[in-house]
Design a protein around this ligand. Structure first.
Ligand code: ATP
Length: 588
């Protein structure tokens, strides 16, 4: 397949944010795509080479790309940098530079999607001392044969700056239309995606086996399942209203969610955002097979740091000491954990997703034998507000965040946040009602004690309609010295020369970051703001929403992608919720 077809399509998509138009462009692209190339097209559209859980990263730095453009065009690095500064986008700068070049050389060979994909794959796999030179060779040889437009999209993919704003749902709509003639068939594709977390594989299946193939799609071991998420409730009373007469309550442990795939001695662990995190938990890999009675099983658990002497649960941040590549053995013995199982998704070649909660829990208890390391999450059946309150009290006293409430007869809804699971946290009873997970987009240098580090951070919520990060507050409280050091270190890898185009902020920071790091924030109130861009124009024309008195809770949410941060929709709900409380209070 000619790469020019993809490049032209990307170009059209970049110039619109309208979902209908995007879908139409995608349908046209898919109709021109042979079945054996469709998965590559899907990954490239998302700026990837493989599904996220395989952890294949392109990791090409701007400097290297600039050198490659210079090599293939014969134009000086300085000139390219100048152009880059003007446009703010290296892909676009390359188009302009290479257009100058092709006026003198007319030797352009057609390049194929397969060649681009394979070259990018080789680049991603390169490691070691000479890898930079090799990467540059590969890139410049591609650019040599590319038209300016093609080059621009090769660079955007390489640098991770391709921003089409196409959500996974839009891609699935387009696949359904292109391959089955109707958007109504998206549900089947969604199911396949939820159990495989691999949109490329879903596309390949519909292309080769049609709708039936997608409907028959099955869970595969070591291919993560997208997690089921919970809605929130604020009180025992609301819990009963939503859950009915009798339901399960489990402790909501404050650790890291882990999806375990176990087959004999082979164990692979995935995080909530489906990253392979096996390397951080050698103790789980070693100990868990011994307590499992199943040939093949996919389980979910919360890994929680504990005080070895008292057995008490410790807060989430204790686990962060394990997020390191070296000397992990030392961290394992210094920061011991228990693994607390709460669900089973697949058992001996059969999916368990359709079973009701009560049945899955029974099966789980049969499969996992408890010992000092492996536990079943504490659970009880509740009927009244008093039952809930008692169990909530117990859970908080043993160091948990609150309760998870689960309907007894309901299936596991992979990849969705619904009403079958609810979470009830203690702090929901106070002011704002919930904490927010926000993305660090910028920082201001500190003074006094904070000189040489970031004193204040600029944070954003996620706008999932436009796939952008909208500023919502500055935060400077809640940071201990240790946190300031830790954050400075983590963030120094994310500094960018220019504000990332996905950031929507009028406030100018001293330093801008790639929008990647998510931290947890509490605040006293949400107010209208003429400066911050969250939910702009939604509540009032010409105003956005901002947090008042925000405070860092100490939680760096490494298990979340920036796209998992609190959305503007959630911020609006909290804003309206607080208005309602104020209104109710004024009536009392
Ligand atoms: P939060 O910010 O509250 O952790 P979240 O967005 O990560 O929420 P939710 O679905 O809202 O995800 O809350 C469920 C999370 O709580 C799970 O991702 C899991 O990590 C954790 N958890 C702790 N105990 C349980 C349990 N018993 N059952 C399910 N999830 C649990």
């Amino acid at each position: 397949m000619k790469y020019s077809i993809l490049a032209e399509s990307l170009n059209k998509m970049e110039s619109t944010t309208k979902r209908l138009q995007l879908t139409q462009h995608l349908v046209e692209l898919f109709e021109k795509t042979p079945g054996d190339v469709i998965s590559k097209i899907i990954y490239l559209l998302q700026g990837k080479l493989r599904p996220d859980f395989e952890g294949i990263e392109l990791g090409v730095a701007e400097k290297l790309a600039i050198r490659a453009i210079s090599k293939s065009s014969g134009i000086a690095v300085k000139k390219i940098e100048q152009e880059y500064r003007k446009t703010g986008d290296l892909g676009q700068a390359a188009t302009i530079i290479l257009e100058q070049k092709t006026q003198t050389t007319f030797l352009v060979e057609d390049i194929s999607v397969e060649r681009v994909y394979e070259t990018l794959f080789k680049i991603a796999k390169l490691e070691g001392a000479r890898s930079q030179d090799m990467k540059m060779k590969y890139i410049s040889s591609l650019l040599n044969d590319a038209t300016p437009l093609e080059a621009s999209y090769i660079l955007k993919i390489l640098l991770g700056t391709l921003r089409l704003g196409v959500a996974e749902n839009t891609v699935m709509d387009a696949l359904a239309i292109a391959y089955t003639g109707s958007k109504d068939n998206r549900k089947a594709l969604e199911h396949a995606y939820n159990v495989s977390s691999d949109l490329g594989k879903v596309a390949e299946t519909i292309a080769s086996k049609g709708l039936k193939g997608v409907e028959d799609f099955e869970i595969e071991m070591f291919n993560p399942i997208r997690p089921m998420l919970a809605d929130r409730v604020k009180s025992e009373e609301e819990s009963i209203e939503k859950m009915g007469v009798e339901f399960a309550a489990e402790y909501k442990l404050d650790g890291e969610r882990v999806q375990l795939h176990v087959e004999g001695e082979k164990v692979v662990l995935f995080s909530r955002s489906l990253e392979n995190i096996s390397e951080y938990y050698p103790d789980i890999i070693e100990k868990i097979p011994k307590v499992i009675s199943a040939d093949q099983v996919i389980l979910e658990a919360e890994a929680v740091a504990i005080n070895e002497n008292t057995g008490e649960f410790l807060p989430f941040q204790e686990l962060m000491h394990r997020r390191r590549k070296y000397k992990i053995e030392k961290a394992v013995s210094q920061y011991p954990i228990t693994v607390n199982f709460f669900d089973v998704l697949y058992y001996n070649q059969k999916s368990c997703l359709e079973l009701g909660y009560a049945e899955r829990r029974k099966l789980l208890e049969k499969i996992v034998k408890e010992d000092d390391f492996a536990k079943h999450v504490p659970m009880t059946i509740v009927k009244t507000e008093n039952d809930i309150e008692d169990f909530l009290e117990n859970s908080i006293n043993s160091g948990c965040e609150g309760l998870m409430l689960k309907m007894l007869d309901k299936p596991y809804q992979a990849g969705s946040r619904g009403n079958y699971w609810l979470k009830l946290k203690r702090e929901y009873r106070n002011e704002l009602g919930d904490s927010l997970d926000l993305v660090v987009i910028g920082a201001f240098f500190g003074r006094g004690r904070r000189t040489g580090r970031y004193g204040t951070l600029l944070l954003a919520s996620y706008d999932d309609d436009t796939d952008t990060f909208t500023s919502i507050c500055k935060v400077g409280t809640g940071f201990t010295d240790e946190y300031l050091d830790q954050l400075y270190q983590i963030l120094s890898d994310k500094v960018t020369l220019k504000k990332n185009p996905r950031i929507n902020s009028e406030m100018e920071a001293d330093v801008w970051f790639e929008p990647e790091l998510v931290i947890e924030i509490v605040a006293s109130e949400i107010t209208l703001s003429p400066i911050h861009k969250a939910a702009w124009d939604e509540i009032r024309k010409g105003a956005g929403l901002a947090l008042r008195f925000p405070k860092f809770t100490g939680k760096i949410r490494v298990e979340k992608f920036a796209e998992d941060a609190s959305t503007n929709e959630e911020v609006i709900t909290l804003y309206k919720g607080q208005k309602k409380i104020a209104h109710d209070k004024s009536l009392m």
